[in-house]
Design a protein around this ligand. Structure first.
Ligand code: NAP
Ligand code: MG
Length: 405
């Protein structure tokens, strides 16, 4: 075996929950530690530790990511009422991803991992569809209120000097109901637009953006205006010389065009659209476990993770001692993404080469017919072996040894 490679500057490591926490440990033990010494700053974002620290650990991890520029995150539980009981929590802590996104003010890009033997469900999608998700505001930073009886809900804005500039009635309630306030800021929408234009240029792919400005003339209208202004002021010429395009359409029309397309574009989505449609795109390209995710901040900081959650159902099987077949691909690609970025920033090509080799070993393993259950039913030709969670990681380790020797 060749000598262990070393990373130079810090990678911020955020551990998580359930099945992904189990796989996190395996990936480190079997695919990373034997080959590479990683200078990691570890934060335990597991729910138990978030509860003990009053969620301080999440804020500390996000600030560390901002400081060091490269982070890798395991999936984490966003607690709901059931989880509060399950983990005897002090409170229903906020989504860690929401907290991290608010601090980094970034854009999330999700890109499927393609292998030659897994065909997309949408047969026309022969190229990857990258989904760019605005990761600030809207319903993820909402204020909501349960209305118990008749009354008036209003939208009020008071300027910094204390004068009320606007008051509009949202609804005159005659009985119980609900109300919600959401916001966004020009600076974040502009940063989102720029991140998307830059990402499309880097990947040399078209950029599509859709919103609902016919219904939401001010809110979604502002998104549309900022994209169009940023494009014509800063990117039109660069796009023309790169031979790529930008188009804005109503979100429903965007969906219809995406479904009929061959893929190969960056699809810029508002926060909620990105949350929902990235899962749709991921499931067409195989499995949620084949979708990678990177949060890119305007300062260039990057946080890498898998797009899927903690795979709760598999974890409960694992706890009962039953065999699981959970796919670790996106989790592995989160680590390789972070290593490649770290290596590029640090000028350590051996680290970049290791990231490339580990990705290649992972893809080759699947293309040789060794895969987890989620992919088995999609594979053509059928798999040679359906692997258990740990077994799949062991197979990748074997392929990696072969590639490196
Ligand atoms: P999930 O973890 O994404 O899993 C949903 C289903 O997708 C699984 O039950 C499984 O289907 C399939 N799946 C996802 N990842 C897979 C993998 N790596 N290998 C094989 N199959 C995979 O969503 P969830 O179970 O609804 O959510 C669990 C927890 O995750 C929640 O507490 C939620 O708060 C959290 N979450 C965290 C993040 C994040 O940190 N980024 C994102 C989303 C959700 P089958 O059961 O059919 O096999
Ligand atoms: Mg989602």
């Amino acid at each position: 075996m060749s000598a262990r490679i070393k990373t130079k500057n810090v990678i911020v490591e955020m551990d998580g929950d359930e099945m992904t926490r189990v796989m996190w440990k395996m990936v480190k033990e079997k695919l990373l530690d034997p080959f590479i010494a990683i200078n990691a700053e570890y934060y335990d974002l597991g729910l138990a530790n978030r509860d003990i620290t009053g969620d301080k650990v999440t804020f500390d991890a996000a600030h560390a990511a901002k400081k060091h520029g490269v982070a890798v995150k395991c999936a984490t539980i966003t607690p709901n009422a059931e989880r509060v009981v399950e983990y005897t929590l002090k409170k229903e802590w906020n989504s860690p991803n929401g907290t991290i996104r608010a601090i980094l003010d970034g854009t999330v890009f999700r890109c499927p991992i393609l292998t030659s033997n897994i065909r997309p469900t949408v047969a026309t999608w022969t190229k990857p569809i990258v989904v760019g998700r605005h990761a600030y505001g809207d319903v993820y930073k909402n204020t909501e209120y349960r209305i118990e009886g008749p009354g008036t809900a209003s939208l009020v804005f008071t300027d910094a000097s204390g004068s009320e500039l606007s008051r509009q009635t949202i609804h005159e309630f005659t009985g119980p109901g609900i109300v919600q306030g959401i916001h966004n800021v020009d600076s974040s929408i502009t940063a989102f637009a720029r991140a998307c234009f830059e990402f499309a240029l880097e990947k040399k792919i078209d950029l599509w953006f859709g919103a609902k400005d016919t219904i939401s003339k001010t809110y979604d209208g502002r998104f549309k205006a900022i994209f169009e202004q940023t494009y014509s002021r800063e990117y039109r010429e660069k796009f023309q010389s790169a031979g790529i395009g930008f188009s804005y359409t109503l979100i429903d029309d965007t969906i219809a065009r995406i479904m009929r397309s061959e893929g190969g574009m960056l699809w810029a989505c508002k926060n909620y659209d990105g949350d929902v449609f990235s899962d749709m795109v991921a499931s067409s390209f195989g499995s949620l476990a084949m979708m990678t995710s990177v949060l890119v901040s305007p300062g260039g900081q990057m946080e890498f993770e898998a797009a899927h959650g903690t795979v709760q159902r598999h974890y409960y099987k694992h706890l009962k001692g039953e065999k699981t077949s959970t796919n670790s691909m996106a989790l592995i690609f989160a680590w390789t993404g972070a290593l490649r970025k770290r290596g590029t920033l640090d000028g350590t090509p051996e680290v970049v080469a290791f990231a490339d080799a580990l990705e290649k070993a992972s893809i080759v393993t699947i293309e040789e017919g060794l895969m987890t259950g989620d992919l088995a039913k999609l594979s053509s030709p059928p798999p040679k072996k359906v692997c258990g969670t740990e077994e799949f990681i062991d197979e990748i380790a074997r392929t990696l040894e072969k590639i490196r020797s």
